[in-house]
Design a protein around this ligand. Structure first.
Ligand code: MTE
Length: 307
């Protein structure tokens, strides 16, 4: 099934950002009465979430032309060029491990009854650039509750598709495929953690991780794994791609932390994409500015050691 995230007024994928902002203001003015069309014609409130930032989002162009998606190449422009090859329909996600209802769920089934909303989040890449992205998605907790997490589960592991014939970056030995990520169960259940299925009110562009990807806004961007095909509930901390690749540089937690530098560069500040060549760098915030919501998850931990 092909997902369409068109709203009732029919934005196009090329809606200029200003129009979209005006539209959002109108929607806010209508006291949350404005709706987005969801799967199977479901009508979903599109009111701004309490978790959304009111910072101006990056342009659709920035968000879809400056990407990290190593399955499609190393350059920032490679995903936009190469991801069009990816077949995203049909799509299914294997859910396994310590769950009551394991199985292969097709995308439409995954989205059934999901409370889809817009979340405007900052995205801070470990490479010290950042963006603001208006995602469309739903809380991962909704799905985990639906499949029934068993008591022994302490972590959630995620895997991206392996399909070298459509993902040219997978033909070389760049990374040990599939791309893998993981969260502690309480991080996965946190309401800020979403599975995103679109952005700017439209279905997810392929270069951003169509048809479904994780977004964990208080962690470095590499934790937000794209084009997910497997979600496993497990007892032990799972292996993650960048930690396997360079354990000294990338820890399991990878919370945004301006006080812990990457071994090869400072994490104290960041470059906001789209600001122009001479825009001043901005200070990076602890937990990417989401500390009031998530700091409690790490009480008693030494985040300089457990990075
Ligand atoms: N997921 C997969 N499967 N492969 C990747 O290379 N790159 C990560 C993350 N998810 C990556 C991935 C990194 S480093 C970042 S910063 C974000 O995706 C970028 O997301 P965006 O391109 O949508 O901004």
């Amino acid at each position: 099934m092909r997902m369409r995230w068109k709203n009732d007024l029919g934005w196009s994928a090329v809606t200029p950002r200003q129009d979209w902002l005006n539209r959002r203001q109108l929607m806010a003015g209508a006291a949350g009465l404005a709706m987005l069309a969801g799967p199977a014609g479901a009508r979903i409130p599109a009111a701004a979430s309490a978790y959304s930032t009111d910072e101006a989002p990056n342009s659709l162009e920035d968000i879809t032309r400056y990407n990290n998606f190593y399955e499609f190449g190393l350059d920032k422009g490679d995903p936009a060029r190469n991801a069009r090859l990816l077949t995203t329909d049909p799509w299914s996600v294997q859910i396994d491990g310590l769950v009551d209802r394991p199985g292969s769920y097709d995308l439409a089934d995954l989205l059934k009854g999901a409370p889809i909303e817009e979340r405007i989040y900052r995205l801070r890449c470990v490479e010290a650039w950042s963006m603001v992205i208006p995602w469309i998605g739903f809380e991962l907790a909704h799905l985990l509750n639906r499949v029934g997490v068993q008591p022994g589960a302490r972590f959630v592991a995620f895997e991206t598709l392996v399909r070298p014939e459509e993902m040219p970056g997978q033909t070389g030995g760049l990374l040990d495929w599939p791309y893998r990520e993981g969260l502690r169960l309480d991080e996965a259940m946190h309401p800020l953690t979403i599975l995103a299925t679109g952005l700017y009110g439209e279905e997810m562009p392929k270069q951003n991780g169509a048809p479904i990807r994780l977004v964990v806004p208080w962690k470095y961007g590499f934790k937000s794994i794209k084009s997910i095909v497997r979600i496993s509930l497990v007892a032990d901390q799972p292996q993650t791609t960048w930690n396997m690749q360079a354990p000294r540089e990338y820890g399991f937690y990878s919370n945004v932390n301006p006080q812990v530098d990457h071994p090869r560069w400072s994490q104290a500040s960041e470059r906001r994409i789209g600001g122009g060549l001479f825009a001043p760098r901005i200070d990076t915030q602890m937990f990417n500015g989401y500390g009031e919501h998530v700091a409690g998850l790490y009480a008693g931990m030494d985040l300089a050691r457990d990075y």
